[in-house]
Every structure is written in structure tokens, then in C-alpha cells.
Design a protein around this ligand. Structure first.
Ligand code: FAD
Length: 475
């Protein structure tokens, strides 16, 4: 490499050598910022949630407008550079980083504007979930977002999205009204149900395959600002009782109530009695956004003798952030999950057997109740599909990078997951790990996959946007 040049990974062309001036020209005279390894801000920009999936791009661009994104996309397309987009950096497969290539880090586009008349929120593509909840909750409103406030809005939404409001209002993308997007030809477009409708269909679940979204517009719903939520947990000797109660609860719960079951070793958290730290527990995290929480929770509370019952009235925004501390950035994470339509005795037996063999104190086995509005929406409304999902369930391995037993933790996840796969009706593209092969991506979309490939061929025929769970263009 000659002095004053930068070597950047290309698409199908090895690496591309560009002059510093060429690359600098991308941001000069604009508000955008160009980062190289060692620059101030580089370490934060390359930091992603899953240490196991960490990669280094050659350069990072931090744009501040759709026009700057458009210039960068045209530049990457012209030079055939490997290009990725970072929203919140939470993708477990680490797809926000282009190894050796160019990463567009959207963290400087974080404007959130609530339109009370339209009951909508406009969200910059670099926002974290908590930043949106903070603004909408000032008005007792909320978008359908996930349940860890540090997660990026962009990746979560483009993969479909779910959270505590999904039982009431469907997938996150069911309440997505419009996006502003830069497509592979470098054009800034809008997509909605009325404009570029084919593109909008694909964006509701098809991930980062179709361009760089610069702004999302979501429908808002009346939520909170106070809700009833928190954790109730028992020692694992009660696991059969709790699993049975969870099944009864979720089969009869109103849509205002979402319950998430977790089996894990008790973390050394101050809210858990010290004598339980490190011992197996089974807990249920609930979020009730209606008015009759005490009555709706009797199935759980009638079990009696929990280790802790931390279910209280609290702000919805606090509920949305209550699990943040359990998911720190920079650990190793390896998940395998499936959508299942219902809970059967056979499923519970397989789930429990895997869960109780957990190998790491940070890992957990989960069931997240989803059934409700998403099952009722038109089956043609968006690429997310999976309209027969009742729960998302699986095994979430987590351990510090220095833990020498990493292979054992991965094996626990894979073996436990293998035993529940036969109950699956599909998988969630946003929970796929780096070693999931392309057939799993196709499976995630089911009958929508071929249509996604056709839309991809129309908007990104050269597959510029390929650092993702990739949909290869048709033909
Ligand atoms: C702790 C944790 C909790 C989670 N909880 C939930 C949950 O409650 N509900 C849920 O549905 N999912 C949840 N997820 C999964 C989450 O939706 C995905 O990990 C998602 O990819 C994260 O989005 P991000 O923007 O942070 O990701 P990033 O890693 O930044 O990006 C992931 C991919 O999204 C695409 N992308 C990002 N920004 C853009 C953009 N502006 N334009 C085009 N494409 C873009 C790119 O393809 C990129 O590779 C959770 C994940 C974690 C780690």
C-alpha cells in the first residue's frame, strides 16, 4: 500500500486501494465524520454488543443527513466496496461491521420527533429504543419496540421486531408507517403502504438488504406512562409448577399482559437474596399495560412462596430498561431460538431438560409470549410473516470472552435447541447467529422469501447490501 492510500475490502474484487483524498472527499464540507483505526471515537464506533462477532472495518463514516448517506452509498457502489450499516450494534451475528470494508455508523442521526396530531413518531436511524420511549412516554404514548433499551431501532425494526406491546399491536413493522431510505442507486426515497409499496413490503422484515434507512415513522399507541411489571421468581425445585402456571397464564391472559419465562442460575444481583446467588431459579418477567393487573396475575401469585416478587407499578420506560443490566455489551453471546405456536407437554419436557443443564451463570432459557394481534393481521402485510407464532423460545448462551469453557456453552445451546426444533414453525431473522447458514435465513421468511428476492433484484441487483442476513437477488 502506498503512503496516503487506504486499502478497503471490495465486493468480489479483493481489496481496493483508494487515496486518502478520495475517501476524505466523502465527508469534507459536510457534517459527516470519517474515522480510521486509532482516531478518537473509533473504539466506541466499532464496539458491538456481541464480542464473539467483533470485526474491524477499514473506515467508518458517521453521516448526519440522508444526502451524506447517499454520497457514501454511491461511492461504495462505484468502487465496489464492502459496505455495512450500524444502527445500535446489537445484532448477535455482528452484521453491522464490514470486515476490512466501510461501515456507515448512523449514531449521529438520532432525532426523535413526536407528532401528536398524527399520533406518529419520526425516528432517526441511529436511535436506541430507550431514546424513543423517553420522548413518546412524555405524552403517554409508545411505539411497539423491544425490551432492552440499548437495542437499535433500525435493526430491530427491519427484522420485524417485537416487545411487550406485540400481543396488543403486532410486530413492530405492523405499526411502521413510512421510511426514508437510500437505495443502492444512491437515491433518497420514501416508502410506505402508498409509495414504493413493494419496497415497503420488503423492508417490513427483510432486514438491511434494501438500502440504508435514514428515518422511520411509527404509529403510536396509548401506553402507561405507569404499567405493572417486574420479576417474580422461584427456586428451580418449583419448575414444574411454574411451567404449568406459565402455560395456563399465557393461554388465558388478556393482550395487555405479556409474560416472559426464564430459567437460569440466579445472578449475584442485589434484588435477589444472596443465598440464592448461583442456584437454579425459574422466573417470570411480566408487563401489564392494562388496568386489571392484580387479577390477571393471580395464576402466578397463587403458586406461593416465591424467592422474590418484584412486580410493582412503575413507569413503562423503566420497565423497558429493566433487563438492560443483564445484557452488557462486550460479552460472548450465542443464541438459538424458534417460534412455536403453542406450549405442549412434550415441548415443556424438552425445554426443561435443556434449561436445567445450563453451563454458564450468565446464560438463560427463555419463552416470550407473543400470541395476539400478530396472528390476526393480513398474511400479506410485510415480509416478516410468521403469523402463526405464539411464542419465541430458545437458549441464550452468554459468558465472558476469557472463559475457557466457551465451546461447552455453545454446545449447551446447540444441544438444547436441537431438542426443541421439531416444535418450531419458523425462526426470527434478528436472532440468527453468525454460523447460521443461508437456509436458515430463507426459513425465517418461509413463503415470503422468493418475493423478497424479487424485490432485492429490483432495488439492489448487484447485492451491494450484503453484510446482513443476506437475501440474494432473484436471477
Ligand atoms: C440484548 C438484546 C435484546 C434484544 N431484544 C429484542 C427484542 O425485544 N425484540 C426484538 O425484536 N429483537 C430484539 N433483539 C434483536 C435485535 O432486534 C437485533 O439484534 C437487531 O439486529 C438489533 O438492531 P441494531 O440496530 O442494534 O443492530 P445493528 O447490529 O446495528 O444492525 C443490524 C443490522 O441491521 C441492519 N441495519 C441497521 N441499521 C440500518 C439502517 N439504518 N438501514 C438499513 N439497515 C440497517 C443492517 O443489516 C445491520 O447489519 C435483541 C437483541 C439484543 C442483543
Amino acid at each position: 500500500m502506498t503512503p496516503g492510500s487506504i486499502e478497503i475490502a471490495g465486493i468480489d474484487v479483493g481489496s481496493v486501494t483508494l487515496s486518502e483524498d478520495e475517501v476524505e472527499a466523502l465527508v469534507s464540507g459536510t457534517g459527516g465524520r470519517l474515522l480510521r483505526p486509532g482516531d478518537e471515537g473509533w473504539d466506541e464506533a466499532v464496539l458491538i454488543w456481541n464480542a464473539m462477532a467483533a470485526k474491524q472495518p477499514a473506515v467508518i463514516l458517521q453521516p448526519t443527513s440522508a444526502d451524506e448517506v447517499a454520497s457514501a452509498v454511491r461511492f461504495a457502489a462505484e468502487h465496489r466496496l464492502l459496505l455495512s450499516v450500524k444502527g445500535g450494534g446489537h445484532n448477535i451475528a455482528g452484521t453491522s461491521m464490514a470486515p476490512g470494508g466501510v461501515t456507515l455508523d448512523m449514531s449521529r442521526m438520532r432525532e426523535v420527533t413526536v407528532d401528536l396530531d398524527a399520533r406518529q413518531v419520526h425516528v432517526g436511524a441511529g436511535c436506541k429504543l430507550g431514546e424513543v420511549d423517553a420522548e413518546t412516554q412524555k405524552h403517554g404514548l409508545a411505539a411497539v419496540l423491544g425490551f432492552v433499551s440499548e437495542t437499535g431501532v433500525a435493526g430491530l425494526t427491519l427484522g420485524g421486531g417485537f416487545g411487550y406491546l406485540t400481543r396488543r399491536y403486532g410486530w413492530t413493522v405492523d405499526a411502521l408507517d413510512e421510511v426514508e431510505i437510500v437505495t443502492a442507486d444512491g437515491q433518497v426515497r420514501r416508502a410506505s403502504r402508498d409509495e414504493n409499496a413493494d419496497l415497503f413490503w420488503a423492508l417490513r422484515g427483510g432486514g438491511g438488504n434494501f438500502g440504508v434507512v435514514t428515518r422511520f415513522t411509527f404509529e403510536l399507541f396509548d401506553v402507561g406512562p405507569m404499567v405493572t411489571g417486574g420479576l417474580i421468581a422461584w427456586g428451580a425445585e418449583r419448575v414444574d409448577d411454574v411451567l404449568a402456571a406459565y402455560r395456563t397464564l399465557t393461554e388465558s391472559a388478556p393482550r395487555e399482559l405479556t409474560a416472559v419465562l426464564t430459567i437460569r442460575l440466579a445472578p449475584p444481583a442485589p434484588f435477589l437474596p444472596t443465598e440464592w446467588h448461583g442456584r437454579p431459579i425459574v422466573g417470570v418477567v411480566v408487563c401489564h399495560t392494562g388496568t386489571d393487573a392484580p387479577a390477571d396475575l393471580t395464576v402466578l401469585r397463587d403458586l406461593g412462596s416465591p424467592i422474590v416478587d418484584l412486580i410493582v407499578e412503575k413507569p413503562y420506560a423503566a420497565q423497558q430498561a429493566m433487563l438492560d443490566a443483564t445484557q452488557p455489551k462486550g460479552m460472548n453471546y450465542y443464541w438459538k431460538t424458534e417460534f412455536i405456536p403453542r406450549i405442549s407437554e412434550e415441548f415443556l419436557a424438552s425445554f426443561k431438560a435443556g434449561a436445567l443443564k445450563v453451563t454458564s451463570p450468565m446464560s438463560q432459557s427463555i419463552m416470550f409470549h407473543l400470541a395476539g394481534a400478530l396472528n390476526e393481521r393480513s398474511r400479506d402485510d410485510g415480509a416478516m410473516g410468521n403469523r402463526d407464532a405464539g411464542y419465541v423460545t430458545g437458549f441464550a448462551g452468554s459468558w465472558p470472552p476469557a472463559d475457557p469453557r466457551g465451546g461447552e456453552h455453545v454446545a449447551w445451546v446447540r444441544e438444547s435447541w436441537s431438542a426443541i426444533r421439531s416444535f418450531s414453525t419458523g425462526n426470527y431473522v434478528n436472532f440468527q447467529v453468525a454460523d447460521d447458514d443461508p437456509t436458515r435465513t430463507a426459513e425465517a421468511y418461509g413463503r415470503n422469501f422468493e418475493r423478497l428476492q424479487r424485490v432485492k433484484a429490483a432495488y439492489d441487483p448487484d447485492n451491494l447490501f450484503r453484510v446482513n442476513r443476506n437475501v440474494v437477488p432473484a436471477g
